[in-house]
Ligand binder design. Structure first.
Ligand code: TMP
Length: 217
């Protein structure tokens, strides 16, 4: 396993729109830094100059004709750069990488949501990542209708947020299925609870799975 070749840890937060991911990743970042960990906070699509440009294209509501194959390949183009510039070097230097989304999102949104199938996503994953996988994926789970309702309330919707409810239902189901297949690598947290409870549940789950440094006195 690639894990054995580096001393860092790779944590990913996932969930459909409106699951509270951004709030929770900021809280987790602050808590882990407070516990003395060196953290590299990043996101997908994005995390590099090229990745952020690709994110702009991927989320642009004025590009409604993007086909599923282009979408998947652009996600992986951003990811290849992210792996090369940020994720691998950070892990090799012993940092903990905390990423707002990674390849599970491609399985959920392009594989299931767009119907491209898991096999195509898995091919790109093994080509670009080798055996590098997150140590833990924290999945904030919420019903698609509730999550989408929250996202719509936030204001201007991005290109993907314009999709219909059944797209997000397929994405949610794919996330849950992947989590059920590898329970030691996924922490599923009910994102309906209030943000303090969700944050507490994430920390409990993390403590059960990964040794944390003692908080600084
Ligand atoms: P977010 O940063 O608000 O989560 O927005 C990113 C959007 O991109 C979100 O709708 C999920 C989507 N996405 C994919 O469809 N596939 C992917 O591989 C990734 C990383 C994100």
């Amino acid at each position: 396993m690639e894990r054995a070749r580096h001393s860092g840890r790779f944590l990913v937060l996932e969930g459909i729109e409106g699951s509270g991911k951004t709030t929770q990743i900021e809280r987790l970042d602050a808590t882990l830094r407070g516990a003395g960990q060196r953290i590299r906070l990043t996101r997908e699509p994005g995390g590099t100059a090229l990745g952020e440009r690709l994110r702009g294209l991927l989320l642009d509501p004025d590009l409604p004709g993007m086909c599923p194959e282009s979408e998947l390949l652009l996600m992986f183009a951003a990811r290849a750069q992210h792996l090369q510039e940020v994720i691998r070097p950070a892990l090799q230097s012993g940092e903990w990488v905390l990423s707002d989304r990674f390849t599970d999102a491609s399985f959920a949104y392009q594989g299931a949501g767009r119907g491209l199938g898991a096999a195509r996503v898995a091919q790109l994953e093994s080509w670009l990542q080798g055996d590098l996988r997150p140590d833990l994926v924290i999945l904030l789970d919420i019903e698609a209708e509730i999550g989408l309702g929250r996202a719509v309330q936030r204001g201007r919707r991005d290109r993907i947020e314009h999709e219909a409810l059944d797209f997000f239902e397929r994405a949610r189901a794919a996330y849950l299925e992947r989590a059920a297949q590898a329970p030691d690598r996924y922490l599923v947290v009910d994102a309906n609870a209030d943000p303090d409870c969700v944050a507490e549940r994430i920390l409990e789950g993390l403590r059960e799975r990964l040794p944390l440094a003692a908080p600084r006195g």
